[in-house]
Structures are given as structure tokens and as C-alpha cells.
Design a binder for this molecule. Structure first.
Ligand code: FES
Length: 171
């Protein structure tokens, strides 16, 4: 049975070349900045994600090669930390709280409206690149329940009936 690294390598080879040579050169600069330094992987991944908006397999694989770590280790780190994403994100990330305080005040209804109107599920990005939906456990603003964030904007005390009006303001 093939090990995880071999499987990941095959997956990368199947991936369409997503980055032109110029972009790869920028990534190589990031890698060179961190190569040989302790604790280098997470900062390198953060810089790469800032550049591309997400961490496709091709980028993960190049970082693994450049920093001399296994692709499976890179993939494990990327999938462990919620601030990393392997999927392209929409222009606006809707983060809806499904924590207890928000849930009892209607966040499930808000989520259902968003999923229905945007046409995607939690963790997905709309085809037009407008929205990515995330469900979170607490946004640290329980006094404003139910709460959702769209990008950097916090919307508190959201009336589920206002959900559509709120998201329509984001093009
Ligand atoms: S439970 Fe929703 S903000 Fe804390």
C-alpha cells in the first residue's frame, strides 16, 4: 500500500499547474526566507497564503520540497490550523456563530437562509467567487447573539429575517 507522501505526490501531479512561473518565483523567495530556520513552516505557509489567498497542493508541495519536510507533514499542519485553507476563498467570508448563545437565538435559521440564498454549504465558496461560508463555535461576542461576521464587519443581534438584506450589501 502506498504511503501518504506517495499519494499526496500523485495528487499534486494530477493538479493542473495553477501558478505561472512568475508566481512560483515569488513563492521561492518566501521559501528562501525561511529555509534552515527553526519553526519555519507555519510562517512560510502564512506568507504563501497571504500571496495566493489559499494553499493549493502545488504550493504545499513546493514548500515541503524547499523546507525539506514531508508533504504529509505540511498537509497535516495546513489542515490542523483553521486559519489555513486549501480552497480558494470568496471575496467575502461569512463566519456564522453556531455556539450555544447564538444557536438558541436563531443562528440555525440564519445559516439555513444563507445556504439557501448563496447556494453553497458551510466550508464552500460560491461559483461567482462572492462568498465563502464558515460556521464557528464562538466569535467572542455572545452578548450580541446571534452574531455573524462578514469579512471584518461584525453583525450582532441579527434578526434571521434580515439575513438576506445583510448579505446582499456585499458585492
Ligand atoms: S456563542 Fe456566538 S458569539 Fe459566543
Amino acid at each position: 500500500m502506498e504511503d501518504r507522501d506517495a499519494l499526496l505526490k500523485k495528487k499534486v501531479q494530477r493538479t493542473v499547474e495553477v501558478l505561472p512561473a512568475k508566481e512560483l518565483a515569488k513563492l521561492d523567495e518566501v521559501i528562501a526566507r525561511y529555509a534552515g530556520k527553526a519553526g519555519h513552516l507555519i510562517p512560510a505557509l502564512k506568507d504563501a497564503q497571504e500571496m495566493y489567498g489559499y494553499l493549493p497542493m502545488e504550493v504545499q508541495h513546493r514548500i515541503a520540497d524547499g523546507l525539506h519536510v514531508s508533504p504529509s507533514h505540511v498537509y497535516g499542519v495546513v489542515t490542523f490550523y483553521s486559519f489555513f485553507t486549501i480552497m480558494p476563498r470568496g471575496r467575502h467570508t461569512i463566519r456564522l456563530c453556531l455556539g450555544t448563545a447564538c444557536y438558541v437565538k436563531g443562528s440555525k435559521e440564519i445559516l439555513e437562509t444563507i445556504v439557501r440564498e448563496v447556494g453553497i454549504n458551510v466550508g464552500e465558496t460560491s461559483q461567482d467567487g462572492r462568498f465563502t461560508i464558515e460556521a464557528v463555535r464562538c466569535l467572542g461576542a455572545c452578548g450580541l447573539a446571534p452574531v455573524m461576521m462578514i469579512g471584518e464587519d461584525t453583525h450582532g443581534n441579527v434578526d434571521p429575517k434580515d439575513t438576506l438584506r445583510i448579505i446582499q450589501a456585499y458585492e
